[in-house]
Design a protein around this ligand. Structure first.
Ligand code: NDP
Length: 291
């Protein structure tokens, strides 16, 4: 058996198309959705991600501001910029690209973003409302993108067992909440670096979402035959033969596609979904879903 591909590129294109009439309605009402992206330092991967976000804005007619700051920027300077963006009525979404330099308190800085402009969905108000299963919140883009991809492919989560590997606030934790929430109705286990016998947990799961950041950690032999595998991981692995000198690989061995029923490719799986859900959150922020 070879797994069907959970094609994030096609699904993200469908999400983007669905945003066009909403954006047109905003524009008709005199509001051009506007995303401000702040990046500090010169982490090459972060610049690639920000580039993809800005390009998506351009495709959709969402206004974007790209604020690039040097590594030496102080936390106080960044706080001032976020505060200004909070007060700027022309800006609907604010994204501070992670990771920030070591000398900054990333959590405190993202908490400073006004919840109604928190298009990453990391503010405690948004995460709290997510736990309450409320509609009036901005949901973290990557786990929301995974849910949308499963729904788009017609994959049933109701009554299934799901293992989420990773418990970060941006991916693993919200992913587990979304899978377990009413409507999705999966029974969820969260794995992390202290989990005893992760392999066994994995072998029992109908759905595996790997969000670890360790290349090929999840082996083919860990996957239950017919399971759905969502590989969130994006890892750069040196490869002299490739043009760029590196390859992008996921957290799951590629050969898992010989056992799974569905699997996301890396790249082209969860990555484009993250960008599409960011666009959706920006439009929702412009529509002012948070009162
Ligand atoms: P974090 O580093 O914040 O979290 C990683 C998680 O993996 C932690 O909970 C950690 O456990 C767990 N972990 C680490 N080692 C092991 C192990 N040996 N066994 C089991 N669990 C382990 O990463 P993120 O959540 O931010 O991202 C995870 C991956 O997803 C990365 O590769 C990242 O690049 C990618 N990513 C991809 C996106 C996309 O759009 N495709 C978007 C965001 C992230 P513990 O808590 O115990 O330390």
């Amino acid at each position: 058996m070879v797994a069907s591909v959970l094609d994030g590129k096609s699904c993200s294109a469908a999400v983007e198309s669905s945003l066009v009439p909403r954006i047109n309605d905003c524009v008709s009402a005199g509001i051009i959705p506007h995303l401000a992206v702040v990046i500090v330092g010169d982490d090459p991967a972060s610049h690639v991600y920000v580039g993809a976000k800005i390009r998506a804005c351009k495709r959709l007619g969402i206004k974007s501001s790209h604020i690039e700051l040097p590594e030496s920027t102080s936390e106080a300077e960044l706080r001032n910029i976020i505060t200004e963006l909070n007060h700027d009525t022309d800006v609907h979404g604010i994204l501070v690209q992670s990771p920030l330099p070591q000398h900054m308190d990333e959590e405190a800085l993202t908490d400073l973003i006004h919840p109604s402009k928190d298009v990453d969905g990391f503010h405690p108000v948004n995460l709290g409302r997510l736990v309450q299963s409320r509609n009036d919140c901005l949901i973290p883009c990557t786990p929301n993108g995974v849910m949308r991809l499963l729904e788009w492919a017609g994959i049933e989560t109701n009554g299934k067992t799901a293992l989420v590997i990773g418990r970060s606030r941006n991916v693993g934790m919200p992913q587990a909440i979304l899978l377990a929430s009413r409507g999705a109705d999966a029974t969820v286990t969260i794995g992390h670096s202290r989990t005893a016998d992760l392999e066994l947990q994995c072998q029992q799961a109908d759905i595996v979402v790997a969000a670890v950041g360790r290349p090929n950690m999840v082996k083919k032999s860990w996957i239950k035959p017919g399971a759905v595998v969502v590989d969130v991981g994006i890892n750069r692995v040196d490869d002299e033969k490739s043009e760029r000198g590196y390859l992008l690989v996921g957290d799951v061995e590629k050969s898992a596609n010989e056992v799974a029923s569905w699997i996301t490719p890396v790249p082209g799986g969860v990555g484009p979904m993250t960008v599409a859900m960011l666009m959706e959150n920006t439009v929702a922020a412009a529509e002012n879903i948070l009162q």
